[in-house]
Design a protein around this ligand. Structure first.
Ligand code: F6R
Length: 369
């Protein structure tokens, strides 16, 4: 049942090309138009949405943060992302023109379910992104977009996370499509790029030997920091969460731009820091900014471990280790840059002798508030 892997987690990390591919399957036609009829929500109603709020917990909330960058850019609709358990205790502003997107692998997370019920009472429309057919959250939602990652057994979420991000991209592109034909060319190109992602994830998996070796060498590490910017920020947060959950190591993720506002004080000789570097082909000066962040922490003794895009030779000079992922549009990069971080956490926890499928104190679905 573990498909020849020593743990469900390793199997599920290796299932990711399929999880993403299956989530894309059958959702667009030959002309590159998205066909999300399964949503069962009136397209006219979706057109009148003037705000999206993503509600989720843990890893699923990081998928929501990636969704925010993509949906705001493609659709020009404001997107807020909030932890489900914070949402309903602060008198949030939602109404009939708000679309709530509840993201949950299990569909049973009590915090998210209660947030969904609250939002519905306020008149909002609720769309669930969920991996578990017929579970409670999709049953109580107005619409559902299923992720097709297959059952996720390991407590720490991996393939469901990539599938959630994929589904959120589909939703964003669908909303962009509803809002006007002028985007159709761009949407088609992005769907073509998305279709290439599973093979690229496979490439990352095939080249994971080095990151596993690094994880084994770092088995005695006491603290690891993760930096990212733009969509690399939620990826950094997810990398830190995986390491906490699996290896019980203190780990923290930061937005790279926030470094100088405090966290840089943590940097001392030998501190390992992962940096998720945006594509040098991307917009603005994001890449240059992150490279200068790497220089700043390195000058203070940090051991820098860099995740960068293939061909980005500029980062080599500033990194102890560089792991390259294939080229892809900036907004889609989390589907690739997350994978080495998952592999790192899994390998480090394994090197410490921990059970990666059943980390201490955690349950697969959190059905209490
Ligand atoms: C982390 C993890 C948790 C879940 C969170 C939400 O690896 O698995 O943080 O992501 O408990 O669970 P779902 O998505 O089932 O609502």
């Amino acid at each position: 049942e573990k498909g020849g892997y020593p743990s469900f987690m390793e199997k599920e990390i290796n299932d990711q090309p399929q999880a993403v591919g299956d989530t894309l399957l059958g959702r667009s036609d030959a002309e590159g138009r998205l066909t999300l009829d399964e949503l069962r929500i009136d397209p006219e109603e979706l057109k009148s949405i003037n705000k999206i709020m993503v509600l989720a917990c843990g890893t699923s909330a990081y998928a929501g943060q990636v969704a925010k960058y993509a949906i705001e850019h493609w659709c020009r609709i404001p997107v807020e992302v909030e932890l489900s358990h914070e949402f309903r205790y602060r008198d949030p502003i939602v109404d009939g023109n708000t679309l709530i997107v509840a993201i949950s692998q299990s569909g049973e997370t009590m915090d998210t379910l209660m947030a969904v019920r609250y939002a519905k009472e306020q008149g909002a429309k609720v769309l669930a992104i969920c991996n578990t057919n017929g579970s409670t959250i999709p049953r109580e939602s107005d619409a559902v977009l299923y992720t097709h990652a297959g059952p996720e057994i390991a407590v720490a979420s991996t393939k469901a996370f990539l599938a959630q991000i994929t589904a959120a991209y589909l939703l964003g592109l669908y909303l962009a499509q509803l809002r006007g034909d002028k985007f159709q060319g761009e949407i088609k190109d992005l769907l073509t790029d998305l279709a290439k992602v599973p093979a690229k994830i496979q490439q990352v998996l095939d080249n994971s030997g080095q990151i596993k070796e690094l994880a084994e060498m770092m088995a005695d590490t006491k603290s690891v920091l993760f930096l990212g910017r733009h969509v690399g920020f939620p990826v950094a947060m997810e990398g830190a969460l995986k390491l906490k959950e699996l290896a019980y190591i203190h780990a923290e993720g930061f937005a790279a731009g926030e470094l100088k506002h405090g966290p840089i004080a943590l940097i001392e000789e030998g501190q390992p820091v992962f940096v998720v570097v945006p594509s040098p082909r991307g917009r603005d000066s994001l890449h240059a900014k992150v490279v200068s962040n790497i220089q700043e922490i390195r000058a203070r003794g940090a051991k820098t471990i860099v995740i960068a895009e293939e061909g980005d030779d500029a980062v080599k000079a500033y990194a102890e280790y560089v792991f390259y992922v294939p080229e892809t549009p900036t907004l889609l990069a989390p589907l690739l840059t997350t994978v080495p971080l998952q592999i790192f956490a899994c390998a480090l926890a394994t090197a410490k002798g921990f059970d990666v499928d059943q980390p201490r104190n955690l349950a697969k679905s959190v059905t209490v508030e």
